[in-house]
Design a protein around this ligand. Structure first.
Ligand code: GUN
Length: 293
């Protein structure tokens, strides 16, 4: 069994980006600039956004974190987004999800200028993904592809089973794994809450991508020997064994399945850090205007 080390790979990618930023600055240009908007005080979101800002510093990007009270109105939030949309000095804008329930995430996401939508959540960028037109790819599925690519995991002709059909992970990764390229060329089965005989399907997977948000859902009875497992789940549970009082659990019971796998991503240290690396990569692409329409 080989661990797909997302932490190490993310740091490698960040080093590559840092080298490019050094060149950008040496040419007299300003560095790429990412703006993150965080609404309310969701503990998990707070942790993710802090990690994104820290990664920006590491690679030499400028970053701005805009914190808004949980009772901010949708109109106020949209007005702030529109101001950033029209500022030439910002290359990336993300609004951390989830948002408080009085705010419509779809409306907010579609307000972001698609040319700086480095999360790749805008309908224009998701539509381009569907049509195989170069665009900002959502950072988590993009990170999964990059991890499989750098570890040279064979994907062609394999059966890839995806658990969960979210717009952010399950649906886009299903498309990406079916593409005629590497990684890709898989036969993909996308499963969800109404899927019948799930275990019969997961047992057929050569590559199993689990994005359910149900901690330790997958165990060794549900997989075949030699499977490559990508665990996207990150559930925070209270723990008296860690310094900050929380521990992170994946959607896969790691200790239970690891002997049966060819490859596996750990939690933490797997897909999470890759998401951050690909967000930075998208911000660099935006700075370079790679996908401008
Ligand atoms: N919430 C969970 N994952 C993400 C992500 O990749 N981007 C944003 N903006 N919010 C998230």
């Amino acid at each position: 069994m080989q661990i797909l080390d997302g932490k190490k790979t993310s740091l490698q990618i960040q080093d590559e980006i840092r080298d490019e930023v050094i060149e950008i600055k040496a040419s007299g240009s300003r560095p790429p600039h990412l703006v993150a908007i965080l609404v309310g005080d969701n503990g998990a979101s707070e942790t993710y956004v802090r990690a994104k800002v820290k990664a920006c510093k590491r690679v030499g990007f400028e970053s701005t974190l805009i914190r808004l009270e949980s009772n901010v109105s949708q109109c106020e939030l949209i007005a702030i987004i529109e101001k950033i949309n029209n500022d030439e000095n910002h290359d990336g804008l993300i609004v951390q999800l989830p948002l408080p329930t009085h705010i419509d995430e779809k409306i907010v996401t579609s307000t972001i200028n698609p040319n700086i939508d480095v999360d790749g959540f805008h309908e224009s960028n998701l539509g381009k993904l569907m049509l195989n037109i170069p665009s900002f790819l959502p950072a988590t599925p993009y990170g999964i592809l990059e991890l499989l690519k750098r570890y040279k995991v064979e994907t062609s002709g394999k059966h890839c089973v995806v658990l969960g059909r979210s717009n952010i992970v399950g649906t886009p990764i299903s498309l990406m794994m079916s593409r005629n390229k590497f990684p890709g060329n898989c036969t993909v089965t996308l499963t969800h809450s109404k899927t019948k005989d799930l275990v019969q399907i997961t047992r057929q997977a050569d590559i199993l991508i689990v994005a359910l948000g149900k901690s330790e859902f997958i165990n060794s009875d549900m997989i075949k020997s030699g499977v490559c497992i990508v665990d996207v789940g990150i559930t925070r549970v209270k723990s008296n064994k860690t310094k900050n009082g929380w521990k992170l659990l994946g959607d896969v019971n790691y200790d239970n399945v690891k002997e049966k796998c060819s490859y596996i991503t750990p939690v933490p240290g797997g897909v999470g850090p890759m998401t951050i690396a690909m967000l930075l990569k998208n911000t660099l692409s935006s700075f370079r205007k790679d996908f401008l329409v």
